[in-house]
Design a protein around this ligand. Structure first.
Ligand SMILES: Cc1cc2nc3c(=O)[nH]c(=O)nc-3n(C[C@H](O)[C@H](O)[C@H](O)COP(=O)(O)OP(=O)(O)OC[C@H]3O[C@@H](n4cnc5c(N)ncnc54)[C@H](O)[C@@H]3O)c2cc1C
Length: 265
């Protein structure tokens, strides 16, 4: 295995262009697990650890190299909440947002926030830059449209409301991969966006449920019942080693309703 450690973004892009099937390495919390289990045998690993350019973070931009430990301090409540649920402190110290996007697991915890925020993923290569909406970037379970010569450099975040909530369900309280995850962003005047993870091939938006939640500044119990019913109807879960499709469908409605109720307080 060849190991390359570029010192700047341009050098990293050159390295990605120079090899046939290069594998970027960020925190290694997904990649090294796969290597240890013999699920992946990369010929060329391009380390991103020295790239300060990927660590920039402000209100409208999160660099791919920003770790979940840093995101725990986010001003966006949902972003801080989700960051705190990722793995353990040791995992969060290494795991990056770019790695979460690169693996593109349907259970990746940053995805519901990015989908609810209508984030764009920015990719760079020696050929130039591509800016893709989240639903153009993720195309299936662990599948994205990223080419091998491209690096995820970060995500662009449009303006978003302050009322936000993230919730996830797993087999226990901590150190757990989501069976269902949900992010709700709500403008106080009504408009509401709802995204769910682990209940479809990729993260998804519950647009029918959003219509009910967005109709008014004050929602009645009947509205909330209908919101919950629509979320459960819209998700597309499967049964796997973590949960059954039936449980996930039920839990998605409950978790989304609780997240919405937190935004209404
Ligand atoms: C014990 C444990 C608990 C975990 N708990 C959670 C959890 O609760 N929630 C959760 O969402 N995840 C969890 N994970 C998974 C993992 O920590 C995250 O997906 C993390 O964000 C991966 O980031 P990384 O920097 O370690 O990525 P890496 O492992 O370095 O890379 C992951 C993939 O992305 C690619 N990649 C990395 N950076 C880039 C880039 N900038 N451009 C292009 N491709 C890139 C790599 O080539 C690789 O394919 C857990 C993992 C472990 C081991």
């Amino acid at each position: 295995m060849e190991y390359v450690r570029p010192k700047a973004l341009g050098e990293a892009l050159d390295a990605l262009a120079a090899f046939d099937d290069p594998t970027p390495l960020a925190g290694g919390t997904d990649l090294m697990v796969e290597v240890n289990l013999n699920h992946r045998r990369p010929d060329v690993v391009v380390s991103l650890r020295s790239l300060d350019e990927l660590r920039r973070w402000d209100d409208t931009w999160i660099g791919a190299g920003v770790t979940f430990a840093r995101l725990e301090g986010a001003d966006d409540p949902a972003l801080a909440q989700l960051a705190r649920t990722v793995g353990s402190p040791q995992i969060r110290a290494a795991a990056t947002l770019g790695g979460n996007l690169g693996t593109a697991s349907p259970a990746a915890d940053s995805l519901p926030f990015l989908a609810a925020a209508d984030a764009h993923v920015v990719l760079k290569s020696t050929a130039g830059e591509r800016r893709l909406r989240w639903d153009e970037f993720f195309v299936g379970p662990k599948q994205t449209v990223r080419r091998p010569d491209e690096l995820i450099v970060g995500v662009e975040l449009p303006s978003r409301p302050e009322r936000q909530a993230f919730a996830k369900v797993g087999v226990r309280q901590a150190m757990v991969i989501s069976m269902v995850s949900c992010c709700v962003l709500r403008d106080p005047s009504g408009p509401t966006r709802v995204a769910l993870g682990s209940v479809g091939p990729t993260v998804l938006r519950a647009t029918d449920a959003e219509e009910v939640a967005s109709q008014a500044a004050r929602l009645t119990d009947t509205d909330l019942d209908e919101f919950q019913r629509r979320v459960s109807a819209e998700v597309r879960p499967i049964t796997d080693h973590r949960s059954t499709a039936e449980y996930r469908r039920h839990a998605a409605g409950v978790v989304a309703r609780r997240a919405l109720e937190r935004c209404l307080r």
